[in-house]
Design a protein around this ligand. Structure first.
Ligand code: F0G
Length: 460
């Protein structure tokens, strides 16, 4: 059937949450008092919130009904049994460990596998993944193919790891030092780009050869399956669920922040094939998260997660999800806004250095766009450039990040096409206005993860 031009959402709205419409004068004041950092703005002052797609989605009526049915027993709750069954069926793995979110699973698994002298190899480590690895004294190496780092090059699986770089690293380090290979699907930190089934199969072979564990960080595994079905030959006639199941069968462990494709506001998972490792993980879980049948979650959270993990593979939902992200990206591109191409699954990334060529990198062009979007439209986004990743040399001079991007992450089932059209109109205003020629200086920053709490001053 021919795809319709209008992307009608495959759901209707049963409950509404009012949004406050504010004026540009008001938002200018709000931003000034927040030190030009949208992380420090109250959510009630935001009209469209694209800060993250994590835990910000809408649950379905079935999930809310599940919330009422949650079994809050401490051990062996009915809701846990239901979640365990759903996850076993999806992953094919026998050991299922619930956690309160993704990073708790990371801390447990990498705490055991890591340690000084160990090295983890990945397509791109997400920042909490890297932090949990480095915290153990181990090293986290990103091994992307060189061409995939070009924001404009059109590749079907731009999230893939570079297999020859993996082989070279293992030879250089010796297999004993490689704690694990982590494949992140989709690859969040490189634009939400998908990973092919072939790439994961190739990793499986390498891991078999050297006896290295393969971890799938799959918080967006359903979105990734959409791309595999539509871009990789041999998968056209498989369901999204079958594709996800096949990919997960290739891993030794699966880590999931269920706040993304679990379609819940809180929750995470760690699943394993190895019994001994699972026992060790469960012992750590009990110390910090909770007993093995709830791991820091309420029974109702597990009930909602079990339902969400089934709903996310619905064909109409997934095609609406990926097409609506693409809709935003394509329209921005048509306006002449430089976007990372092709469009990934959960977010659109704008190249702020290209949008504001006259703003020097040490005046943070990404922050200029983030502030323009808020002031002009009440839209909250996040800078992924030199504010987030910049470092200083010995003379205090900025070592900039490789790119000055702004991420527009789309929460699941939250905004309608008219919200997205509104956002496109704001970008139209931005590109038509005379473009900024100066940006910001940092007037306060903490010693690490500065983007959350830094305060900025305007350079005029
Ligand atoms: N792995 C990936 C690929 C992620 O994108 C995230 C979270 C995590 C692990 C950690 O999961 O937040 O549940 O502890 N990403 C969010 C984001 C925060 O905005 O992209 P968590």
């Amino acid at each position: 059937m021919k795809e319709k031009r209008v992307l009608a959402e495959p759901f209707k709205i049963k409950m509404v949450e009012p949004l406050r419409i504010t004026t540009e004068v008001y938002r200018t004041k709000v931003l000034e008092s927040a030190g030009y950092n949208p992380f420090l703005i109250d959510a009630s002052d935001v009209f469209i919130d694209l800060l993250t797609d994590s835990g910000t989605g809408s649950m379905s009526d079935r999930q809310w009904a599940g919330i009422m049915m949650g079994d809050e027993s401490y051990a062996g709750a009915r809701s846990w049994k239901r979640l365990e069954q759903v996850v076993k069926n999806l992953t094919g793995m026998p050991y299922i460990i619930p956690t309160h979110q993704g990073r708790a699973a990371e801390r447990i698994l990498y705490g055991i596998l890591g340690g000084a002298d160990k090295v983890f190899l990945s397509n791109t480590h997400f920042d909490t993944t890297r932090a949990n690895i480095e915290f153990t004294g181990a090293q986290a190496l990103d091994l992307m193919p060189d061409d995939a780092l070009d924001p404009e090059i059109d590749l079907p699986f731009k999230g893939n790891i570079d297999i020859s770089k993996v082989n070279a690293k293992i030879s250089e380090l010796g297999k004993e030092r490689v704690a694990a290979i982590i494949i992140t699907v989709t690859n969040n930190s490189s634009g939400g780009q998908p990973v092919s089934m072939q790439n994961v199969k190739d990793l499986r072979k390498i891991c078999n050869k050297h006896g290295i564990p393969l971890v799938i960080d799959g918080c967006r595994i359903a979105e990734n399956s959409y791309f595999v079905k539509h871009r990789e030959s041999g998968y056209e006639n498989k369901t999204y669920f079958q594709i996800a199941k096949e990919m997960l069968s290739l891993g030794d462990a699966f880590i999931m922040s269920a706040k993304k494709d679990g379609l819940v506001n809180i929750g995470g998972l760690l699943t394993l094939k190895d019994e001994e490792l699972a026992l060790e993980c469960k012992n750590l879980l009990i110390i910090s998260e909770g007993f093995t049948t709830y791991g820091g979650l309420a029974g109702r959270d597990m009930e909602a997660m079990a339902i969400g993990l089934e709903e996310v593979f619905d064909e109409d939902y997934l095609s609406y999800r990926i097409r609506s992200t693409e809709y935003l990206g394509k329209h921005l591109k048509q306006l002449g806004i430089p976007v990372v191409w092709p469009i990934g699954g959960h977010a659109v990334y704008v190249d702020a250095k290209k949008l504001y060529p006259d703003v020097p990198v040490d005046q943070y062009p990404g922050q200029v766009l983030v502030c323009d979007l808020y002031t002009k439209g009440g839209v909250r986004s996040v800078e992924i450039g030199s504010v987030m990743f910049g470092k200083y040399d010995d003379h205090g001079i900025l070592i900039p990040a490789p790119n000055e991007l702004v991420r527009l992450a789309i929460p699941r089932r939250v905004y309608t096409q008219s919200h997205i059209d509104y956002l496109i109109e704001i970008f139209d205003d931005i590109i038509k206005d005379s473009r900024a020629t100066s940006g910001f200086k940092i007037i306060y920053e903490p010693p690490f993860l500065r983007h959350f709490t830094a305060r900025f001053g305007k350079i005029s």
